[in-house]
Design a protein. Structure first.
Length: 177
């Protein structure tokens, strides 16, 4: 005589197995999120470099991208061991992929680089690019125009990009088939 199958128990076990697999897959994707850079093409450009509040905002949005990616289950790679190499290579917008070996050497599967272009104190553009560290292939890119040079507008722009471009669908480090 056979025992009746406990379908609820089987469904719960299968769901738990899928959650474990999904957790392992998410944790396996290691991400190097490089600091966002500023390209000031406005008439306010200062030869001494970016204004202190804009440097703070660059750090603010970089940290926000890291926070949101970590909350989505990605393992954010510590860039501190590569600090000198990063400083030598920046700005990344001018180096034609020189950050890829850095990301590879610190164990990342994918990298995120970003740029804020300041057209004026009212018009700014936040851009990012995700690349597969192994192949250098661009997996996804996005851009958002923002109005007003404030913490709130920068965070709103990055929030839009993360929700609608960076994490939708979740990056895996491999190009879609």
């Amino acid at each position: 005589m056979t025992k009746p199958v406990n379908r609820v128990g089987l469904m719960l076990a299968a769901a738990l197995g899928l959650c474990v697999l999904a957790g392992e897959a998410g944790a396996a994707t290691r991400v190097a999120v490089f600091d966002f850079e500023l390209l000031d093409t406005s008439s306010e450009v200062d030869i001494r470099g970016p204004k202190p509040e804009e440097m703070r905002r660059l750090a603010l949005i970089t940290d926000e991208v890291k926070r949101r990616m970590a909350a989505a289950g990605y393992d954010i790679v510590d860039l501190a061991p590569a600090k000198a190499r990063i400083e030598d290579a920046t700005p990344f917008r001018n180096c034609n992929g020189c950050e890829l070996p850095i990301a590879r050497d610190i164990g990342a599967n994918i990298e995120v680089i970003g740029l804020v272009q300041k057209v004026s104190n009212l018009i700014l553009n936040i851009n990012f690019q995700i690349r597969d560290v192994e192949t250098g292939q661009v997996l996804r890119a996005g851009s958002a125009d923002i109005r007003n040079n404030t913490d709130e507008s920068w965070l709103r722009g990055v929030s839009y990009l993360v929700r609608n471009r960076l994490l939708d669908p979740p990056p895996t480090g491999k190009a879609a088939p």
